[in-house]
Design a protein around this ligand. Structure first.
Ligand SMILES: [Zn+2]
Length: 424
């Protein structure tokens, strides 16, 4: 694997330098030549490529004439204007072939499978690329894909009864929501869904367990970014970390503040370099996703390393007296409470104190639930010390609202809304 990675990496860097105006300029500005990269460690000589670069100078990334492109995926992410990733026919074919291999290898998908693929289509949707590639990949395997856009709960249930899908695929907040709603009107275990493939969003263990038990199915989590080529990692049957697609990407984990390359096992930001991308190669692309590469090989026997996601770099918020808090911590705490369907944390600052409002979607609008949520939140040391010791945080306010209050048409569920304008 190491030898393979090195050969691919060298070739990709040379290709980008020779063909992409963006990378040619970047190397020149930094007095670099591809031959200066003599080992994996030398990668730190190459500056990172950011989402801003992609947004502002999209066309300077092009390694081929514009008319060679056949597809463009846009991704909104959670903030900012859309980033655009262009693909040639050769690039797309490659992505689909590797997706087919992944689906067959990891999830044993066969032509007998029926797939309910309800990823949303639409401009600016990060998952539109996933939808396109997944649809083509299932087609390549020979499985039937049922893919009307997202439907209302009752209509969705009809789809499941009618086509009897064995595979269900969408982002986790949507699967979680549908599970909750459909469960009220039908025993989901009777539907015969075997595997639920989810991704694009944080999926806490409690949520996975709830979904698995409700459907009597296995939940597998995947990871990908539109910019680098959609499907980059997926869980195997061990459900302990996602195997990286090391055939198509070079992965680094770096300290988000200093850029230093970290050893496996350390928490940092994921950086990807594409191999053999014809149209728009990316070298050291910053994902802003935080996590680690597991140092041990997986007991399942696959020779690919595993990654775990711990949050977004931008999700690390400073709260109260300067305590750093990963917003994903709220997931772990709130989704442990069975009545919680979805939530939003809203941060405001009044004078010098932080105000935290936690809005929870639930069936059960009762004071006792409100108290239980408050108790759980107060157990977070960062909040507890801010409220009780340093007095930099007001006692959190818990608001309970009916299911489906939050806007689910936006492509990604936004769980944290920080109105404090701390960085302006
Ligand atoms: Zn494995």
């Amino acid at each position: 694997m190491e030898e393979y990675k090195w050969l691919k990496l060298k070739k990709s860097i040379k290709y980008a330098y020779n063909t992409s105006p963006f990378y040619h300029d970047l190397f020149k500005k930094n007095n670099l030549k591809p031959s200066d990269i003599k080992s994996f460690k030398d990668m730190n000589k190459i500056p990172f490529t950011t989402a801003d670069d992609l947004q502002e100078k999209t066309k300077s990334f092009f390694s081929v004439p514009e008319d060679k492109f056949v597809t463009v995926f846009t991704s909104a992410g959670t903030t900012g204007k859309p980033k655009k990733a262009y693909f040639t026919k050769k690039d797309i074919d490659k992505i689909i072939t590797s997706t087919i291999t992944g689906l067959q290898l990891m999830y044993s998908i066969t032509p007998r499978d029926v797939v309910r693929l309800s990823f949303e289509i639409g401009y600016g949707a990060e998952i539109s690329g996933s939808r396109y590639c997944m649809n083509k990949a299932y087609e390549g395997i020979g499985a039937l894909t049922v893919a009307p856009s997202r439907l209302r709960v009752e209509e969705e249930l009809e789809i499941f009864k009618d086509y009897k899908p064995t595979i269900f695929m969408d982002v986790s907040s949507r699967v979680n929501y549908l599970t909750n709603e459909m469960k009220k009107i039908y025993d989901l275990k009777k539907l015969g869904v075997k595997k639920i493939l989810i991704g694009a969003e944080p999926t806490p263990n409690a949520m996975r367990k709830f979904i698995e038990e409700s459907w009597n199915a296995d939940v597998f989590i995947g990871y990908g970014t539109t910019e680098t080529g959609v499907l980059q990692a997926g869980e195997c049957e061990e459900k302990n970390g996602m195997h990286l697609n090391e055939f198509n990407f070079f992965t680094e984990v770096v300290d988000p503040a200093t850029g230093e390359i970290l050893e496996d096992g350390n928490l940092g930001e994921f950086i990807f370099t594409t191999y053999d991308r014809e149209g728009m190669p990316l070298i050291r692309y910053r994902t802003r996703d935080l996590g680690r590469i597991l140092p041990e090989m997986c007991p399942c026997g696959l020779p690919f390393k595993r990654m775990v996601i711990k949050g977004r770099v931008d999700d690390m918020i400073s709260i109260g007296a300067g305590d750093n808090l990963y917003t994903r911590r709220f997931d772990d705490i709130l989704f442990e409470i069975p009545e919680v369907i979805e939530y939003q944390v809203i941060l405001n600052r009044k004078n010098i104190k932080d105000e935290i409002t936690i809005v929870v979607e639930t069936e059960i609008i009762k004071d006792s639930l409100r108290e239980r949520i408050l108790e759980a939140i107060m157990e977070m040391p960062e909040i507890n010390s801010g409220v009780l010791s340093s007095k930099t945080i007001e006692k959190p306010e818990i608001k309970l609202v009916k299911p489906n209050t939050f806007d689910r048409n936006s492509t990604k569920q936004r769980r944290l809304i920080d109105n404090r304008n701390l960085y302006d």
